[in-house]
Design a binder for this molecule. Structure first.
Ligand SMILES: [Ca+2]
Ligand SMILES: [Ca+2]
Ligand SMILES: [Ca+2]
Ligand SMILES: [Ca+2]
Length: 332
């Protein structure tokens, strides 16, 4: 057995058919291996990180492909699913994903207390995307998935593999460039499916429901005047009614919480100030396993902070969980 979490395997070719993998380790290009052989059905450049397995069995080695015209069909996954929103590794603890400015994608395993493990690179080529987020499990396999928007406005679903990897992307929408914010609140309308909220340039906020094939259906407008917010974060459910709630940071730095109702949100309740210094916010899910969504914030000095969500919509005091995060452009 080889600890393949530290190895990156790539195929870089224009051939269609069965191909060997090239192994990179610790920044060096390794020898060309004859197995596992991957069946590639279209021209592609793939980046694959293999989760612990053997070369010959390769049973847990689905593709982490950021590109679209490729599929890998010869490897079956046995990765677990936990059904937990934000758990990319299948053992039930919420993790953090981060995209660097160079387009590489990194997985930080959750410790279950709000802290994170060291990062592992799980992809590259994400700099052509302008938004990434995890709505939860879209395709019904119990593994958290990712939506991503390309710079051309197309929206893509990337299924989570349950082993830290992403499956092949599938285009599920277009025209999303008109949205000035996309938010993953969890299940807003209690239909049992993850939803998306999207803010248009006029400040209106709109609800989209998800379909099991990844498609999105427009439901209705649920708010106005959201242009005053520099950041809107879907927190999942905070107050226990199962509807996904929000926190948002005003351009003036004040933070407000918004609890979801059947028709919209409660009036914003101020829960903080001076949040402009925190210039990257996300809620990966319930990181400390108390049943409520939590917040991760990157400060302008590159430090990373954890804030536990509370039932009243407030956050607990921040706890620093990292430093050196200046180079990250997206967290989810
Ligand atoms: Ca996990
Ligand atoms: Ca899934
Ligand atoms: Ca709620
Ligand atoms: Ca929590």
């Amino acid at each position: 057995m080889i600890p393949l979490l530290t190895s990156v395997w790539t195929i870089n070719h224009n051939a269609v058919g069965s191909t060997p993998c090239r192994r990179h380790e610790q920044g060096k290009v390794g020898q060309l291996m004859k197995s596992p052989r991957l069946k590639v059905t279209a021209a592609a450049v793939l980046s694959i990180v293999l989760i612990p397995t053997t070369f010959t069995q390769a049973q847990a080695a689905p593709a982490a492909s950021q590109l679209t015209r490729a599929s890998i069909s010869s490897l079956a996954t046995t990765a677990p699913n936990s059904g937990v929103h934000g758990d990319w590794t299948g053992e039930g603890t919420v993790d953090l994903m981060a995209t660097r400015s160079d387009g590489t994608l990194w997985l930080y395993g959750g410790k279950g207390d709000g802290g994170i493990e060291p990062g592992v690179q799980v992809g590259y080529g994400w700099s052509s995307f302008t938004w990434q987020g995890s709505p939860g499990d879209i395709n019904g396999d119990g593994r958290t998935d990712m939506y991503a928007r390309r710079s051309d406005g197309t929206l893509w679903l990337y299924p989570g593999g349950g082993n830290g990897l992403l499956g092949r992307g599938k285009q599920v929408g277009s025209g999303w460039n008109t949205m000035t914010a996309i938010v993953t609140p969890g299940d807003y309308d209690l239909d049992g499916r993850p939803d998306l909220l999207a803010r248009r340039a006029d400040g209106t906020l709109h609800l989209y429901g998800s379909l099991v094939n990844g498609g999105l259906k427009y439901v209705r407008q649920i708010g106005t005047n959201w242009n005053i917010m520099r950041s809107i974060v879907g927190m999942g459910d905070l107050n226990g009614d199962k509807r996904g709630d929000l926190v948002a940071v005003h351009t003036g730095g004040w933070m407000y919480s918004y609890l979801a109702t059947a028709t919209g949100f409660t009036r914003g309740h101020q829960i903080g100030h001076a949040w402009t210094i925190k210039n990257l916010l996300t809620s990966p899910g319930d990181m400390d396993k108390d049943g409520r969504g939590d917040l991760i914030a990157r400060s302008s000095d590159g430090t990373l902070w954890f804030y536990a969500g509370r039932a009243d919509g407030h956050l607990t005091a921040g706890r620093q969980i990292g430093s050196g995060w200046k180079g990250m452009t997206r967290l989810f």
